[in-house]
Write a protein that binds this ligand. Structure first.
Ligand code: ZN
Ligand code: ZN
Length: 186
């Protein structure tokens, strides 16, 4: 067993820290946490994500289990980004499912698993941010599009294909070659 890395101190007033003091440590005990929090920095990918400070709605259930606290529910927030094909702005809403076990300190789970696999309670506190970050990033598209069939930009002139006439082309060569190209494309 490797030594536990010292955990950083959690601030119980931080919006993404859950306090379980009023949750009895008896399997089956349950508390509901519903709160709107400002989104933390860097919640997303390069092209798409939740703007820092935007309203993130947490709708969570904290449930005592024998080894710790199971947190499940959803986080819902506005997503902004750029279309990967045409660079037009995208705005959307994501609802991300969350389900994460946080083991009690010195429980069997605490002693036998790695912190990367199972989260830990720190005293009575849970740091929700890492799980939230993972869940949001997983839910976002790697290649965000303004719409599924976005035709993108003409690589020659950079104009959106929506704004160009059908069959728009910059090819000028011999018309016989053009005919041959068309033939090959079919
Ligand atoms: Zn697009
Ligand atoms: Zn063009």
């Amino acid at each position: 067993m490797q030594h536990h890395t010292p955990t950083h101190h959690l601030d119980p007033r931080s919006p993404l820290v859950l306090d379980t003091r009023d949750l009895p440590r008896r399997p089956g005990a349950m508390r509901v946490v519903a709160r709107t929090v400002p989104a933390p920095d860097g919640l997303g990918l390069e092209l798409v994500g939740v703007r820092p400070g935007a309203d993130l709605v947490l709708d969570l259930r904290l449930e005592s289990v024998s080894e710790g606290v199971l947190v499940s529910g959803t986080a819902t927030g506005p997503v902004e980004g750029e279309c990967g094909r045409c660079l037009r702005p995208i705005s959307d809403t994501v609802e991300v499912p969350l389900q994460e076990l946080y083991a009690y300190e010195h429980s069997t789970t605490d002693e036998t698993t790695d912190e990367d696999e199972v989260g830990r309670l720190q005293g009575d506190l849970i740091d929700l941010e890492p799980a939230l970050r993972d869940a949001v990033v997983l839910s976002l598209p790697n290649h965000p599009l303004c719409r599924d069939d976005c035709p993108g930009l003409c690589p020659e002139c950079g104009v959106h294909r929506d704004d160009l006439p059908e069959g728009h082309t910059h090819e000028q060569g011999d018309p016989r070659w053009a005919a041959l190209t068309e033939f090959k494309e079919e």
